[in-house]
Design a protein around this ligand. Sequence first.
Ligand code: FAD
Ligand code: NAI
Length: 475
Amino acid sequence: MSKNFDVVVIGGGPGGYIAAIRAAQLGFSTACIDDWKNAKGGAAPGGTCTNVGCIPSKALLQSSEHYEHAGHSFAEHGTEVKGLSLDVKKMVARKDTVVKQNNDGILYLFKKNKITFFHGRGSFVKAGDGGYEIKVEGAAEETLLAKHVVVATGSTPRILPGAAFDEKLILTNTGALALTEVPKRLGVIGAGVIGLEMGSVWRRLGSEVTVLEGLPTFLGAVDEQVAKEAHKQFTKQGLAISLGVKIGAIVTGKNDVTVNYVDDKGAAQKAVFDKLIISIGRIPNTTGLNAEAVGLQLDERGFVAVDGECKTSLANVWAVGDVVRGPMLAHKAEEEGVAVAERIAGQHGHVNFNTIPWVIYTAPEIAWVGKTEQQLKAENVAYKTGSFPFLANGRARALGDTTGFVKFLADAKTDEILGVHIIGPMASELISEAVVAMEFRASSEDIGRICHAHPSLSEAVKEAALAVEGRALNF
Ligand code: FAD
Ligand code: NAI
């Protein structure tokens, strides 16, 4: 006997569990299937984000930042720390507790919203009269019948040919977040978001970190001025970043791994590491979904093919998050999840791809929304810029964290904000104001005329907006 639902969501990451909650809020009988297992084999909903992504990485970034501050910057605040020591196992255990709190929170939300949760693997069986038949393989086997299906199966790390992940010497994000000792020599292939965040964690804890990047430019998607400042700061902190390398043979020994590569000058190089993180992007996860059984189309890169509204090639089958086109970000997945549930209810779900913020949680943090200066140039858009350094912000001085700046890009004629780029303290929080402003199509003058609390880092945002018209007050 199959169990009938209005909506069945396959995948319980931020795209899936949020879609399920919104569908339940809208009155649909809803099920969510997720196969993630914790160390004891129990259910651990929340997907990559909760288990081996956003949440654990931010927990370790916070802990490692505390350690670095205790060792390097407390003294200037008049706090002397003697006998500073590091307990990596405790740090990682705390991270695991934070993850579990989030897993439990999602299980609670499922109950609260009367969502039926199935711990197991979901796959399509066939399309029938009453909807789609979905099989769940877990502790028990179940068959569900769904009027609507939301595919939210996420992504997995891209494998570098010739360097299989073993999570002992060659690590994905999963292994990089679970090390219980600080590797003396840590190699990172890929100077993207994961490489820089994970490289920062282990550098702060004492690793010598070498980052090998294939492209000749550093953080190519980031505004050039910000990327340049970030490169300067990370290098100053001790990350050894080599750009434009071509990775050759990767050879694992008993306790180390050797990476052969050609550097940007064409010279053959060899580097030996105790651990190697490979973070060269992620691929959509459609394995085991049995998409062929119902004719669910994938695009040429293996993503579930969707239109702008997350509709797939099949009626009443939707797909959201990392498994579809667009940035692989938790908040993008969530927005799509909400929008899909609302569309199922006949409402006008809405995701504005122009105002999805990006954050890299290094120190300094990097955050941006909208266009970069190089994009505006390429698109021949006439624009004005305004910048303000944190060095001239009173709160940043009081915090002792004056690195970086806020930069506005506004339309030359209308003054509409086209992009905001921040490198500096709490950039992750400050960017929200810019997102709101852009969502309401505000001008830089609008931000310049709004009262911002003093002393606050947000004043740097206001000042950068004022700088667009050349009238910053404190610089
Ligand atoms: P996922 O979170 O991957 O969830 C998919 C779920 O579906 C998983 O639990 C998977 O096991 C399950 N599943 C797959 N197939 C099936 C099946 N057939 N049956 C049942 N279950 C199935 N993004 C941010 O916005 N901010 C960050 O700070 C951030 N940090 C990150 C740090 C790291 C190290 C990594 C790796 C990623 C980070 N991301 C971050 C990206 C973010 O994790 C993803 O964009 C997000 O998790 C995508 O959500 P999703 O729901 O599409 O997929
Ligand atoms: P990424 O796309 O951010 O970076 C991958 C890097 O590897 C790129 O710079 C690329 O040029 C380089 N690369 C690719 N192939 C290479 C090769 N063969 N040799 C050397 N370099 C190579 O991907 P990453 O860091 O793996 O992260 C995946 C995704 O996860 C991110 O794009 C992002 O969507 C998400 N994420 C988001 C975070 C956040 O929002 N703070 C944090 C971490 C991940």
